[in-house]
Design a protein around this ligand. Structure first.
Ligand code: ZN
Ligand code: ZN
Length: 330
């Protein structure tokens, strides 16, 4: 627990899932006149719950002192425990209006989303015997989520006030279609969620809930953030950092390299996103065979995000054949 900036408390919430490569999820409690604004909530696990509870006890506070909860996006690590905290505190939950529409299909009635994922994996070359494993790869995380509808829907440009802090809501689609960052111009602080992380590049994929050309939109929104005056970035994972512009440049460079790697793979013959994902490197020189199913699925959909962006830029041709999409360098 630490006060990372006067009035902003940073808590590292544990991630206990084996499939996660992330050590923890960061949540931030921002002091206000009547109580805290909580940004992101962590997984709904006993460990996460006691991390937050212990913080409140040490401060001589209770759950009732949490007045607002803002969720940067509805992935389980950021949204999972928001509903449980709301039940205990009576706090309002706010999120971007696009994210609200993902709650029901992701966490309440999942059949349609599974069906769409199934079709998308098949259309991108996933062999039938692997399809079910990849499609169902994230089902085991559902128990760590308390699905709760937001009380307030946010739009780009909205303001969220907590005491001396006035955060601007910045819509940053890409990692999730309704992902938001919070920017405090007078304090030069950015709460970046999963949009910008200090070490790993966030997953940007084409999936049944993504907007058109998510990687293109993601890179555009990075360039917009680069123009802002920001000294301290408070990310959703890993450590807070100060070199935001440098980090943005690194992420843009990384995606450029990945494009080149993909282009080389489809220089001579058309391939599906699945075939390409099997050939290129993942993580620190990792290979496809070593990835767990959830990461394999992300790898296929991440490859697809690159292909869709390069198709929009006329760098690759999309060649549908018998319901399966192949891509070839132009
Ligand atoms: Zn996320
Ligand atoms: Zn995350």
């Amino acid at each position: 627990m630490s006060e990372i900036f006067p009035g902003i408390h940073w808590l590292k919430m544990p991630i206990t899932l084996e499939q996660s490569t992330l050590a923890h999820i960061n949540i931030y409690l921002i002091e206000g006149d009547k109580g805290y604004l909580l940004v992101d909530a962590g997984w709904n696990t006993d460990k996460s719950f006691s991390t937050l509870h212990n913080f409140l006890i040490k401060k001589g506070k209770s759950f009732h002192d949490i007045k607002q909860i803002v969720v940067t996006h509805v992935h389980p690590d950021h949204y999972g425990m928001a509903g449980r905290i709301k039940q205990l505190s009576g706090a309002t939950i706010a999120m971007h209006h696009i994210e609200k529409d993902f709650i029901e299909p992701r966490y309440i009635s999942m059949e349609e989303l599974l069906h769409k994922t199934d079709r998308m994996l098949t259309a991108n070359g996933t062999p039938e015997k692997e399809m079910v494993v990849l499609r169902d790869a994230s089902l085991d995380v559902e128990k760590y989520i308390v699905p709760t509808m937001p009380d307030k829907l946010l739009h780009d440009g909205d303001t969220i006030t907590s005491g001396a802090f006035k955060f601007q809501v910045i819509w940053t689609p890409g990692h999730s279609s309704g992902h938001i960052c919070l920017y405090e111009p007078s304090k030069k602080i950015l709460l970046s969620g999963d949009h910008i992380l200090p070490k790993i590049t966030p997953n940007i994929s084409v999936n049944p809930q993504s907007i058109e050309n998510p990687l293109g939109r993601y890179l555009e929104s990075l360039k917009e953030l680069r123009k802002l005056d920001i000294e301290l970035t408070l990310p959703g994972h890993d450590q807070p950092f100060r070199n935001l512009k440098e980090r943005i440049d690194e992420i843009i460079y990384h995606h450029g390299l990945r494009n080149l790697e993909i282009l080389v793979a489809i220089e001579l013959q058309p391939k599906t996103a699945y075939q390409i994902a099997k050939e290129i490197t993942w993580g620190d020189n990792g290979v496809w065979q070593d990835l767990p199913p959830f990461h394999k699925r992300m790898a296929v959909f991440e490859t697809l995000a690159h292909l869709e962006m390069m198709a929009a830029e006329s760098r690759v041709d999309k060649l549908p054949r018998k319901g399966v999409n192949y891509y070839k360098q132009k």
